[in-house]
Write a protein that binds this ligand. Structure first.
Ligand code: UD2
Length: 288
Protein backbone atom coordinates (compact mmCIF):
# COMPACT_ATOMS: atom_id res chain seq x y z
CA UNK A 1 0.00 0.00 0.00
CA UNK A 2 1.73 3.24 -1.03
CA UNK A 3 2.08 5.88 1.67
CA UNK A 4 -0.07 8.98 1.25
CA UNK A 5 2.16 12.04 1.07
CA UNK A 6 -0.26 14.83 0.42
CA UNK A 7 -3.85 15.37 1.45
CA UNK A 8 -4.50 19.01 0.61
CA UNK A 9 -4.51 20.08 -3.00
CA UNK A 10 -2.09 22.83 -3.98
CA UNK A 11 -5.04 25.08 -4.84
CA UNK A 12 -6.38 24.84 -1.28
CA UNK A 13 -3.25 26.34 0.27
CA UNK A 14 -4.07 29.62 1.95
CA UNK A 15 -2.30 32.71 0.73
CA UNK A 16 -0.93 35.66 2.63
CA UNK A 17 -1.65 39.00 1.02
CA UNK A 18 -0.57 41.12 3.98
CA UNK A 19 3.15 40.31 3.83
CA UNK A 20 5.90 39.74 1.30
CA UNK A 21 6.17 36.00 0.68
CA UNK A 22 8.95 36.00 -1.95
CA UNK A 23 12.16 37.99 -2.19
CA UNK A 24 13.05 39.54 -5.57
CA UNK A 25 15.48 36.63 -6.09
CA UNK A 26 12.64 34.16 -5.51
CA UNK A 27 13.57 33.00 -2.04
CA UNK A 28 10.40 32.07 -0.16
CA UNK A 29 9.75 34.10 2.98
CA UNK A 30 8.32 31.67 5.50
CA UNK A 31 5.21 33.01 7.23
CA UNK A 32 2.47 31.14 9.00
CA UNK A 33 -0.05 29.91 6.42
CA UNK A 34 2.34 29.69 3.46
CA UNK A 35 3.25 25.99 3.64
CA UNK A 36 1.81 22.56 4.37
CA UNK A 37 3.84 20.99 7.18
CA UNK A 38 2.51 17.47 6.51
CA UNK A 39 3.93 17.45 3.00
CA UNK A 40 7.22 18.88 4.24
CA UNK A 41 7.51 16.42 7.12
CA UNK A 42 6.91 13.49 4.78
CA UNK A 43 9.64 14.79 2.45
CA UNK A 44 12.20 15.25 5.21
CA UNK A 45 11.33 11.91 6.86
CA UNK A 46 11.95 10.18 3.54
CA UNK A 47 15.53 11.43 3.77
CA UNK A 48 15.80 10.67 7.51
CA UNK A 49 17.22 14.14 8.01
CA UNK A 50 19.42 15.02 11.01
CA UNK A 51 19.35 18.55 12.39
CA UNK A 52 21.87 20.29 14.64
CA UNK A 53 20.71 23.20 16.80
CA UNK A 54 23.72 25.22 17.94
CA UNK A 55 23.64 27.62 20.84
CA UNK A 56 26.15 29.30 23.11
CA UNK A 57 25.85 29.47 26.88
CA UNK A 58 28.97 31.26 28.05
CA UNK A 59 29.35 32.52 31.59
CA UNK A 60 26.03 33.58 33.10
CA UNK A 61 24.09 32.71 29.94
CA UNK A 62 23.95 29.08 31.14
CA UNK A 63 20.94 30.26 33.17
CA UNK A 64 18.90 30.37 29.93
CA UNK A 65 19.60 26.77 28.92
CA UNK A 66 16.88 25.02 30.92
CA UNK A 67 13.98 26.92 29.37
CA UNK A 68 15.65 26.90 25.97
CA UNK A 69 16.10 23.11 25.90
CA UNK A 70 12.82 22.21 27.55
CA UNK A 71 10.79 24.33 25.15
CA UNK A 72 12.86 23.05 22.20
CA UNK A 73 11.85 19.53 23.16
CA UNK A 74 8.21 20.60 22.92
CA UNK A 75 8.39 22.63 19.74
CA UNK A 76 11.63 22.29 17.76
CA UNK A 77 11.63 19.78 14.89
CA UNK A 78 9.23 17.47 16.71
CA UNK A 79 9.50 13.90 15.37
CA UNK A 80 12.91 14.51 13.75
CA UNK A 81 16.46 13.65 14.81
CA UNK A 82 18.07 16.55 16.63
CA UNK A 83 21.48 17.14 18.18
CA UNK A 84 21.61 20.12 20.52
CA UNK A 85 25.15 21.48 20.35
CA UNK A 86 25.72 23.54 23.48
CA UNK A 87 28.96 25.54 23.38
CA UNK A 88 29.85 26.47 26.94
CA UNK A 89 32.64 27.24 29.38
CA UNK A 90 30.48 25.84 32.22
CA UNK A 91 29.76 22.22 31.24
CA UNK A 92 28.79 21.29 34.79
CA UNK A 93 25.95 23.80 34.73
CA UNK A 94 24.27 22.35 31.64
CA UNK A 95 20.91 21.08 32.92
CA UNK A 96 19.87 17.49 32.52
CA UNK A 97 16.76 17.47 30.35
CA UNK A 98 14.57 14.50 29.46
CA UNK A 99 14.88 14.06 25.71
CA UNK A 100 12.70 12.29 23.18
CA UNK A 101 14.07 9.42 21.14
CA UNK A 102 16.58 10.38 18.46
CA UNK A 103 17.58 13.58 20.24
CA UNK A 104 20.66 14.32 22.31
CA UNK A 105 22.59 17.13 23.94
CA UNK A 106 26.25 17.45 22.92
CA UNK A 107 28.36 19.74 25.09
CA UNK A 108 31.24 21.50 23.35
CA UNK A 109 33.73 23.00 25.79
CA UNK A 110 34.95 26.44 24.77
CA UNK A 111 36.74 29.35 26.37
CA UNK A 112 34.67 32.34 27.37
CA UNK A 113 35.99 35.61 26.01
CA UNK A 114 36.27 38.53 28.41
CA UNK A 115 34.17 41.04 26.43
CA UNK A 116 30.56 40.17 25.55
CA UNK A 117 31.15 41.56 22.07
CA UNK A 118 33.87 38.93 21.55
CA UNK A 119 31.64 36.21 22.97
CA UNK A 120 28.94 36.96 20.43
CA UNK A 121 31.33 37.53 17.48
CA UNK A 122 33.53 34.50 18.12
CA UNK A 123 30.52 32.22 17.73
CA UNK A 124 31.19 32.38 13.99
CA UNK A 125 34.71 31.00 14.40
CA UNK A 126 33.61 28.24 16.75
CA UNK A 127 30.71 27.11 14.58
CA UNK A 128 33.05 27.21 11.57
CA UNK A 129 35.62 24.97 13.27
CA UNK A 130 33.00 22.47 14.39
CA UNK A 131 31.48 22.29 10.89
CA UNK A 132 34.66 20.72 9.60
CA UNK A 133 35.46 18.73 12.71
CA UNK A 134 32.16 17.08 13.51
CA UNK A 135 28.95 18.69 12.19
CA UNK A 136 29.61 17.50 8.64
CA UNK A 137 29.73 13.92 9.93
CA UNK A 138 26.80 14.17 12.32
CA UNK A 139 24.03 16.32 10.82
CA UNK A 140 22.58 17.46 7.50
CA UNK A 141 21.37 20.91 8.55
CA UNK A 142 22.38 23.45 11.17
CA UNK A 143 20.17 26.00 12.88
CA UNK A 144 22.27 28.56 14.80
CA UNK A 145 20.48 30.59 17.45
CA UNK A 146 20.84 32.72 20.60
CA UNK A 147 20.27 31.03 23.95
CA UNK A 148 18.33 33.76 25.78
CA UNK A 149 15.22 32.62 23.95
CA UNK A 150 12.40 30.12 24.30
CA UNK A 151 10.12 28.29 21.90
CA UNK A 152 6.40 29.06 22.13
CA UNK A 153 5.12 27.28 19.02
CA UNK A 154 6.28 24.77 16.41
CA UNK A 155 9.45 25.37 14.45
CA UNK A 156 9.79 22.58 11.94
CA UNK A 157 11.41 21.53 8.69
CA UNK A 158 9.72 24.41 6.84
CA UNK A 159 12.76 26.49 7.85
CA UNK A 160 15.35 24.15 6.34
CA UNK A 161 17.09 24.79 3.08
CA UNK A 162 20.46 25.38 1.50
CA UNK A 163 21.09 28.61 3.47
CA UNK A 164 18.60 30.76 5.35
CA UNK A 165 18.44 34.03 7.27
CA UNK A 166 15.69 35.53 9.42
CA UNK A 167 14.09 38.96 9.23
CA UNK A 168 14.99 40.95 12.33
CA UNK A 169 11.78 41.68 14.31
CA UNK A 170 12.67 45.34 14.66
CA UNK A 171 13.03 45.98 10.92
CA UNK A 172 10.70 43.76 8.91
CA UNK A 173 8.46 46.68 7.98
CA UNK A 174 11.29 49.19 7.72
CA UNK A 175 12.86 50.64 4.61
CA UNK A 176 16.49 50.47 3.52
CA UNK A 177 17.76 53.72 5.08
CA UNK A 178 16.45 52.60 8.47
CA UNK A 179 18.46 49.37 8.52
CA UNK A 180 21.26 49.56 11.09
CA UNK A 181 23.94 48.17 8.78
CA UNK A 182 27.57 49.07 9.37
CA UNK A 183 28.06 52.22 7.28
CA UNK A 184 31.74 53.09 7.76
CA UNK A 185 33.47 52.44 4.42
CA UNK A 186 36.64 51.25 6.17
CA UNK A 187 34.80 48.26 7.67
CA UNK A 188 34.49 45.01 5.71
CA UNK A 189 30.88 44.90 6.95
CA UNK A 190 30.02 48.22 5.28
CA UNK A 191 26.80 48.29 3.24
CA UNK A 192 26.34 51.57 1.35
CA UNK A 193 23.06 53.45 1.78
CA UNK A 194 21.84 52.47 -1.68
CA UNK A 195 22.32 48.73 -1.12
CA UNK A 196 20.83 46.01 1.06
CA UNK A 197 17.67 43.95 0.81
CA UNK A 198 16.51 43.12 4.33
CA UNK A 199 17.90 43.49 7.83
CA UNK A 200 18.64 40.00 9.12
CA UNK A 201 18.87 39.00 12.79
CA UNK A 202 22.25 37.81 14.07
CA UNK A 203 20.53 35.33 16.34
CA UNK A 204 18.99 32.98 13.78
CA UNK A 205 20.56 31.59 10.62
CA UNK A 206 21.39 28.22 9.18
CA UNK A 207 21.43 25.87 6.26
CA UNK A 208 23.26 22.75 5.25
CA UNK A 209 26.64 22.23 6.90
CA UNK A 210 28.67 23.24 3.80
CA UNK A 211 26.79 26.53 3.49
CA UNK A 212 27.06 27.34 7.19
CA UNK A 213 30.78 26.59 6.91
CA UNK A 214 31.13 29.20 4.14
CA UNK A 215 28.94 31.76 5.90
CA UNK A 216 30.76 31.51 9.24
CA UNK A 217 34.13 31.58 7.46
CA UNK A 218 33.23 34.86 5.75
CA UNK A 219 31.90 36.44 8.95
CA UNK A 220 34.85 35.38 11.07
CA UNK A 221 37.48 36.45 8.55
CA UNK A 222 35.77 39.79 7.99
CA UNK A 223 35.79 40.35 11.73
CA UNK A 224 39.52 39.54 11.88
CA UNK A 225 40.29 41.95 8.99
CA UNK A 226 38.40 44.71 10.79
CA UNK A 227 40.15 43.90 14.05
CA UNK A 228 43.54 44.36 12.33
CA UNK A 229 42.38 47.83 11.33
CA UNK A 230 41.10 48.56 14.84
CA UNK A 231 37.45 48.46 13.78
CA UNK A 232 34.55 46.63 15.37
CA UNK A 233 31.38 46.49 13.31
CA UNK A 234 28.36 48.28 14.78
CA UNK A 235 26.31 45.18 15.55
CA UNK A 236 29.19 42.72 15.69
CA UNK A 237 28.45 39.31 14.09
CA UNK A 238 25.06 40.62 12.93
CA UNK A 239 26.76 43.27 10.77
CA UNK A 240 28.98 40.68 9.05
CA UNK A 241 26.03 38.35 8.56
CA UNK A 242 24.11 41.13 6.85
CA UNK A 243 27.08 41.79 4.59
CA UNK A 244 27.33 38.10 3.70
CA UNK A 245 23.66 37.95 2.78
CA UNK A 246 24.03 41.00 0.58
CA UNK A 247 26.49 39.05 -1.61
CA UNK A 248 25.30 35.50 -1.08
CA UNK A 249 21.57 35.92 -0.83
CA UNK A 250 19.76 33.41 1.35
CA UNK A 251 17.79 30.74 -0.49
CA UNK A 252 15.05 30.90 2.15
CA UNK A 253 14.09 33.72 4.48
CA UNK A 254 12.30 33.22 7.77
CA UNK A 255 9.72 35.72 8.92
CA UNK A 256 10.24 37.33 12.35
CA UNK A 257 7.88 34.72 13.81
CA UNK A 258 11.09 32.75 14.22
CA UNK A 259 12.98 35.30 16.29
CA UNK A 260 10.39 37.49 17.92
CA UNK A 261 10.74 39.76 20.91
CA UNK A 262 7.70 41.14 22.76
CA UNK A 263 9.52 44.42 22.97
CA UNK A 264 8.15 44.91 19.44
CA UNK A 265 4.53 44.30 20.50
CA UNK A 266 2.09 42.11 18.61
CA UNK A 267 1.63 43.27 15.01
CA UNK A 268 -1.14 41.53 13.04
CA UNK A 269 1.34 40.14 10.49
CA UNK A 270 3.00 38.03 13.17
CA UNK A 271 0.20 35.49 13.65
CA UNK A 272 2.40 33.08 15.61
CA UNK A 273 5.34 33.89 17.87
CA UNK A 274 7.42 30.76 17.56
CA UNK A 275 10.67 31.63 19.30
CA UNK A 276 10.94 34.68 21.50
CA UNK A 277 13.54 36.56 23.49
CA UNK A 278 13.52 36.12 27.24
CA UNK A 279 13.67 39.29 29.32
CA UNK A 280 17.17 39.87 30.58
CA UNK A 281 19.04 42.48 32.51
CA UNK A 282 22.01 43.12 30.18
CA UNK A 283 24.25 44.59 32.89
CA UNK A 284 23.54 41.61 35.13
CA UNK A 285 24.04 38.73 32.63
CA UNK A 286 26.87 40.02 30.47
CA UNK A 287 29.40 40.11 33.25
CA UNK A 288 30.77 37.36 35.49
C1 UD2 B 1 21.71 40.53 19.14
C2 UD2 B 1 21.53 39.25 18.29
C3 UD2 B 1 22.75 38.37 18.53
C4 UD2 B 1 24.03 39.08 18.13
C5 UD2 B 1 24.13 40.39 18.90
C6 UD2 B 1 25.31 41.24 18.40
C7 UD2 B 1 19.24 38.36 17.93
C8 UD2 B 1 18.04 37.74 18.58
N1 UD2 B 1 20.31 38.57 18.74
O1 UD2 B 1 21.58 40.05 20.49
O2 UD2 B 1 22.64 37.15 17.79
O3 UD2 B 1 24.06 39.28 16.73
O4 UD2 B 1 22.93 41.19 18.79
O5 UD2 B 1 25.48 42.39 19.15
O6 UD2 B 1 19.24 38.57 16.74
N2 UD2 B 1 26.41 34.97 24.86
C9 UD2 B 1 26.83 34.16 25.91
N3 UD2 B 1 27.44 34.75 26.99
C10 UD2 B 1 27.63 36.10 27.08
C11 UD2 B 1 27.19 36.92 26.00
C12 UD2 B 1 26.57 36.31 24.91
O7 UD2 B 1 26.67 32.95 25.88
O8 UD2 B 1 28.19 36.56 28.09
C13 UD2 B 1 25.80 34.31 23.67
C14 UD2 B 1 24.37 33.83 23.95
O9 UD2 B 1 24.10 32.68 23.18
C15 UD2 B 1 23.54 35.00 23.50
C16 UD2 B 1 24.32 35.44 22.25
O10 UD2 B 1 25.70 35.24 22.58
O11 UD2 B 1 22.19 34.62 23.26
C17 UD2 B 1 24.12 36.89 21.81
O12 UD2 B 1 24.36 37.78 22.88
P1 UD2 B 1 23.22 38.70 23.46
O13 UD2 B 1 21.95 37.90 23.51
O14 UD2 B 1 23.67 39.32 24.74
O15 UD2 B 1 23.13 39.79 22.33
P2 UD2 B 1 21.88 40.72 21.88
O16 UD2 B 1 20.70 40.49 22.77
O17 UD2 B 1 22.37 42.10 21.73
Amino acid sequence: MPQKFSTKSVQSLSRRNDVLTYSPWLAPIVWNGTYNIDILNAQFHLRDVRIGLTTFAIKKYVMFLKDFLETAEKFFMVGHKVNYYVFTDRPNDVPNITLSEGRRVEIINVTGYQRWQDVTMRRMEMIHNQCAERFIKEVDYLVCVDVDMKFLANVGVEILGNVFGTLHPGFFGASRPQFTYERRPESVACIPVDEGDFYYAGGYFGGNVEEVYKLTNFCHNSMLKDKEMGIEALWHDESYLNKYFLYYKPKKILSPEYVWNDYYGSPAAVQVKRFIGVDKNYAEVRFK
